[in-house]
Design a protein around this ligand. Structure first.
Ligand SMILES: [Mg+2]
Length: 259
């Protein structure tokens, strides 16, 4: 774990991915239910704190929320005003895994709250269903199923966009796609992060592999880490990482309260 990368931050600094995951987790713990309006309010408070990095669609949606849009309007408006190529970033997928813990055994509700959590800033169906597939996969892992990604894809079925299913199908069969992309496009990020999270032999290997690919490192690392964390358990994370990590204590406490 080293610091002074792209954003010149010390080792262990959390980024927008974890900041927003914390907003979701805190809301779930405090309200004991998924409350998208409350989560949107927490996102706006974080946005007002002046983060050093924030995604474009997230910034535009949170700005609209701040000026009065409802939780289910802002992301939709921003999506309608964005052109193909700039309308399906990974900004909602990277923060959604806390939902998979309390809703792990209720797949209908988990898919629904995952999609709604995306809609706050990312309304494209590749993003909303990307969140659903990721969280259903994590739920399957927590339930010790043999084929968590395949089960998740079967569950969302033809409701999910073809492009999302096509990108993840071969991974679900255990095949590694030829090239793994590291862009902020939700399909690229999900494919690469699920590959690293599902195929690695340890949580450490998954996260190091994902982060060292470069590109959108914090997000691919966050998603791969969520999957690998569910597979191998928190106790397998290296102590030297946890000691350096900002918010480690709160993350652990929230995770315990979400179960
Ligand atoms: Mg990122």
């Amino acid at each position: 774990m080293v610091g002074d990368g792209t954003w010149n931050q010390p080792a262990g600094t959390i980024t927008d991915d974890t900041e927003q995951a914390l907003c979701i987790a805190r809301s779930l713990v405090e309200h004991q239910v998924f409350d998208p309006a409350d989560i949107a309010e927490r996102f706006v408070a974080w946005y007002d704190s002046g983060p050093f990095d924030i995604g474009r669609m997230t910034m535009r949606s949170l700005s609209r929320l701040k000026h009065g849009d409802e939780w289910d309007e802002a992301g939709q408006h921003v999506w309608e005003q964005s052109r193909e190529g700039q309308n399906a970033g990974n900004g909602s997928v990277m923060r959604c895994p806390p939902l998979a813990i309390p809703y792990a055994t209720d797949w209908d509700r988990l898919a629904e709250v995952s999609r709604q959590s995306s809609q706050i800033t990312h309304a494209d169906s590749r993003c909303t269903y990307g969140c659903a597939v990721l969280n259903l996969t994590i739920a399957g892992i927590l339930d010790d199923t043999e084929t968590p990604l395949g089960d998740a894809l079967d569950y969302v079925g033809s409701d999910a966009p073809d492009e999302l299913i096509a990108a993840l199908e071969s991974l679900a069969r255990g095949e590694s796609p030829g090239a793994l992309e590291t862009s902020g496009y939700v399909i690229d990020s999900l494919q690469t992060a699920l590959h690293d999270g599902l195929f690695a032999e340890s949580a450490e290997e998954a996260i190091v592999t994902a982060v060292n690919r470069g590109g959108d490192t914090d997000t691919i690392g966050a998603v791969a880490g969520a999957v690998a964390g569910a597979r191998f358990g928190a106790s397998t994370l290296p102590d030297r990482w946890l000691a350096a990590l900002d918010a480690a204590e709160e993350l652990e406490s929230l995770a315990n309260q979400l179960t």
